[in-house]
Write a protein of this length. Structure first.
Length: 228
């Protein structure tokens, strides 16, 4: 590999480096912190301490770095959900699928945060957790009771998972990575144009400096066509 090719590869890596930022929201005890731990380490613990405020963790999957914002689900923390969901790659709403009594509150909180203008169009991933419990709802019932079909201003996806048994966690990660690729596809096209524009600028200036030292009698018929 030549020096110029190596330089271009390095330059492209600056543009094409893929990162995503996720905000995990949902009521307390839904399993948000457990999900972060399972995604990051594959480990699960029954003795989780409720999140106070928020926690942030970075996880690398392949060539994608995922920044996870784990937001507290107690009533006093829900007002800050909107602030930490602004500009993220996706909003992940975790629901305890076995907690039937709190499902109306989950629905209300979800639709309330999605109504904020600052969050328009951000993809939504709803995760029905704790399907290892016999009283857990099915995906169809959860979809209906959470009113997910009424959300039409963004991409919406729903998975039923168990952090305890790692059920469908791989599917969640695959969806997130695929969503990141789609999210970055337009940006990558713009970045490619930027790289080649820089290449054209660099080469034209290089040729200009080189031609300054070329004897005038030898470059009277010089015709340079730069193709990028």
């Amino acid at each position: 590999m030549g020096v110029w090719e190596a330089f271009l590869n390095w330059l492209r890596s600056l543009f094409f480096k893929q990162e995503m930022e996720l905000s995990l929201i949902g009521l307390q005890n839904a399993g948000k912190t457990s999900l972060v731990n399972v995604v990051a380490t594959g480990g699960y613990s029954e003795d989780m301490i409720p999140t106070v405020g928020f926690n942030m963790r970075k996880v690398t999957k392949g060539n994608v770095t995922i920044k996870l914002w784990d937001l507290g689900g107690q009533p006093r923390f829900r007002s800050m959900w909107e602030r930490y969901c602004r500009g993220v790659s996706a909003i992940v709403f975790v629901v305890d699928a076995a907690d039937h009594d709190n499902l109306p509150i989950s629905k209300s909180e979800l639709h309330d945060v999605l109504s904020k203008p600052s969050l328009n169009g951000i993809p939504l991933l709803v995760l029905g957790n704790k399907i290892d419990k016999p009283e857990a709802l099915t995906k169809q019932v959860l979809t209906d009771r959470m009113g997910l079909k009424s959300i039409t201003d963004r991409e919406v996806c729903c998975f039923m998972i168990s952090c305890k048994n790692s059920t469908n966690i791989d599917c969640v990660i695959d969806w997130l990575l695929a969503s990141t690729v789609a999210h970055h596809s337009h940006a990558d096209s713009c970045a490619t144009a930027s790289v080649y524009s820089f290449q054209a600028f660099f080469m034209s200036n290089y040729l200009y400096e080189w031609c300054k030292f070329w004897p005038c009698s030898d470059r009277s018929g010089l015709d340079v066509h730069l193709v990028v």
